[in-house]
Design a protein around this ligand. Structure first.
Ligand code: S3P
Length: 172
């Protein structure tokens, strides 16, 4: 019923570990929409993971590819898009997404982000002596950007299904 009224993509933004991919996949299923993950798309296109891209080409090239990819995804069909944590930080991309999509900031306490991202070593930005401190710094640096999203949803330690329902309610 709901997906009929949705004429724009839904884009999840927020820090690493906020649950963008997991919540995005479930939200897409809930709304009977396709799901796409920008990190996965980059990996498919480049033939290597974001971490490997950082290593081989540097962050600037990764950001470049990411920006172009997201601009392309946003012009496709209506779907749920999970973005890499840096996507919404770029002012032009942020503007584009806020104009053409419904943007949802998945926010979570630093402890939760640190716990989730600590499970796997896939984030080049968190390969630091103090990943939690790095997350704190990123949160401070990016908070203003993320807060420009249309909808903000806090995702704590609880089940992701609650977050999905909160987003669905906010979309109505
Ligand atoms: C990044 C987040 C990652 C990935 C890359 C950089 C960031 O995506 O794009 O490691 O700058 O916040 P996730 O948010 O899906 O972990």
């Amino acid at each position: 019923k709901l997906s009929k009224h949705l004429d724009r993509p839904i884009v999840l933004v927020g820090l690493m570990g906020a649950g963008k991919s997991t919540v995005g996949r479930r939200l897409a299923r809930r709304l009977s929409l396709p799901f796409v993950d920008s990190d996965d798309e980059i990996e498919d296109a480049a033939g290597c993971s974001p971490a490997e891209m950082f290593e081989r080409y540097g962050e600037a090239d990764f950001r470049d590819g990411e920006r172009r990819l997201v601009a392309r995804l946003i012009d496709g069909s209506v779907r749920v898009i999970a973005t890499g944590g840096g996507v919404f930080v770029d002012p032009r991309t942020r503007k584009l997404l806020n104009e053409r999509a419904i943007t949802v900031w998945l926010d979570a306490p630093i402890d939760v982000l640190a716990e989730r991202t600590g499970r796997r070593d896939t984030r080049p930005l968190l390969r630091t002596p103090d990943p939690k401190g790095t997350l704190e710094e990123l949160s401070k640096a990016r908070g203003a950007a993320y807060s420009e999203a249309h909808i903000r949803v806090t995702s704590g330690e609880g089940a992701h299904s609650n977050v999905v329902e909160t987003i669905v309610e906010a979309l109505e």
